[in-house]
Design a protein around this ligand. Structure first.
Ligand SMILES: Cc1ncc(COP(=O)(O)O)c(C=O)c1O
Length: 386
């Protein structure tokens, strides 16, 4: 049996979430913008309820509705684009002079690419390096900030190496200077207790399929009044900020998944942290395997290791019948990992790295299978030991 250990790429949609979505596909299919009939009003109420639940789970429920908002998007990619390009275009439209964008070299491409796009259109991008542990240097970040800094964008949890950036400290630096702080929370929401307002995060991106919800739905949570330029123009839905018919089943699914993920979060974190540690101990004992990124602070369900003395392609070919794992980001289209490069790994080391992402259904037997599979691959590729 193949052990699926690629939960940073995506998670299965929980059956309870599928059940919560079911009536909204078929029986209650009305458009929530149809305000003149009861089915439309019921659909609008379901969206409102889901939005309230998301705000509640993010600790934004008590905030003034004019300040805290949730904009539903197709995922974290779109949420990141709305936050970053939305801020930049709003600055231009207002005749503002802030042009500097600050981020980390290890961000997901869904942050780096919109920022690089803006850098080709009159903005200035500072991509800060990280330490060998994958963490930001706060002094370096502080030194990079200036009067024309428009936004700081730093992810909560890295999608390849799972390390957690010091969000509260970054939030404080931004708040002191009145700089908007955007955080890509795609790998953290539903896995950590992320309360954006408490951390000084103004804009938080999330994606439901990373926390056992459906694919194709995400959100940008906004925790203080900020002007964003819409990136999709059309029917004026969501206050004109993101046009397009609201996908009610997906929105209901996102909220249901977030509620479920928060309900079993601590239990999951403990259980998967113990399994992950077991996996690391087993792999370390094989010899010549190093950990990529800080051991802590790190997502409990992530492990990323570099396997010495083997060629990456051969390693992954040897594993793929038994393990569904990743070499780096699932979205990096075969290029060497820019995250592992930023930690100082060579191309060969990055290629011979394995990302393990544990999930809700991961068992101790699968962890044993993973250790066995790597041991088998090593004896095949390095030759029998001893
Ligand atoms: C950190 C991070 N940001 C953004 C994304 C993009 O999410 P989506 O593909 O759901 O838009 C991902 C997904 O891989 C991610 O891990």
């Amino acid at each position: 049996m193949l052990a699926y250990l690629d939960h940073q790429a995506t998670t299965p949609c929980d059956p309870a979430v599928v059940a919560a979505m079911a009536p909204w596909w078929t029986e209650q299919f009305a458009n929530p913008a149809s305000r003149l009939h009861r089915p439309g009003l019921l659909a609008a109420a379901a969206v409102d309820q889901a939005r309230a639940q998301v705000l509640g789970q993010l600790g934004l429920a008590g905030h003034d509705p004019a300040d805290a908002e949730v904009i539903f998007t197709s995922g974290a990619t779109e949420a990141n684009n709305l936050a970053l390009k939305g801020l930049a275009e709003a600055e231009l439209a207002a005749g503002g002079s802030r042009r500097q964008l600050v981020t980390l070299a290890t961000e997901h491409r869904a942050v780096l690419d919109p920022l690089r796009y803006l850098a080709r259109h009159g903005f200035r991008l500072s991509e800060l390096p990280v330490g060998g542990d994958g963490l930001v240097d706060l002094d370096q970040l502080e030194a990079a900030l200036g009067p024309d800094t428009l936004v700081v964008s730093v992810m909560a949890a890295n999608n390849e190496i799972g390390v957690l950036q010091p969000l509260a400290a970054i939030g404080a630096l931004c708040r002191q200077r009145g700089i908007p702080f955007h955080c890509d929370g795609a790998q953290a929401v539903g896995h950590l207790a992320l309360k954006p307002a408490e951390l000084g995060i103004d804009l938080l991106s999330l994606s439901a399929h990373k926390f056992y919800g459906p694919k194709g739905i995400g959100a940008l949570a906004i925790s203080r009044p900020l002007t964003l330029a819409p990136q999709l123009h059309g029917g004026g839905q969501q206050g004109g900020l993101r046009a397009g018919t609201l996908p009610v089943p997906l929105i209901v699914g996102l909220a249901a998944a977030l509620n479920l993920a928060q309900a079993d979060r601590l239990e999951r974190e403990q259980r998967l942290g113990a399994l992950r540690d077991q996996l690391w101990q087993g792999l370390e004992a094989l010899g010549g395997i190093g950990l990529n990124g800080a051991a802590s602070p790190r997502l409990a369900h992530n492990l990323n290791v570099c396997v010495g003395g083997v060629e990456g392609g051969a390693l992954h070919r040897a594993l793929r019948r038994q393990l569904a794992v990743s070499g780096g980001s699932a979205c990096s289209s075969g290029e060497p990992s820019h995250v592992l490069a930023a930690l100082g790994l060579s191309r060969l080391e990055a290629a011979a790295s394995i990302r393990f992402g544990l999930g809700r259904a991961t068992t101790a037997a699968e962890i044993g299978q993973a250790i066995e599979a790597v041991a088998g691959a090593l004896s095949q590729l390095r030759g029998p030991r001893g």
